[in-house]
Design a protein around this ligand. Structure first.
Ligand SMILES: Cc1cc2nc3c(=O)[nH]c(=O)nc-3n(C[C@H](O)[C@H](O)[C@H](O)COP(=O)(O)O)c2cc1C
Length: 71
């Protein structure tokens, strides 16, 4: 069985998200994650994001680095 990596984090938004920008974020994330075989969930409530991600270690690490850089 191929190794899997997972990450779970909580983050507070820096800029205000509305329904449109949230949808845009989710569609982009779904498309990118599908391309890299990453699955998980993204939960948003009261300016907080709670996300779980799972996939091949290299892909999860690359995404995690992108998320860390994301303002
Ligand atoms: C809360 C949050 C969750 C995100 N989740 C994902 C994700 O699961 N997959 C993904 O590819 N990008 C996700 N992103 C977007 C990345 O952080 C980043 O903006 C994107 O990879 C950069 O793409 P670009 O360099 O083409 O602008 C998320 C962004 C935020 C703010």
């Amino acid at each position: 069985m191929a190794p899997l990596a997972c990450v779970l984090y909580l983050s507070i938004e820096n800029e205000s998200f509305n329904e449109t920008s949230l949808k845009h974020l989710v569609y982009k994330a779904q498309e990118e994650n599908k391309n890299h075989g990453i699955t998980g969930f993204l939960y948003y409530k009261q300016n907080h994001f709670f996300q779980y991600l799972e996939g091949a270690p290299d892909d999860v690490n690359t995404l995690l680095e992108n998320l860390k850089k994301d303002t």
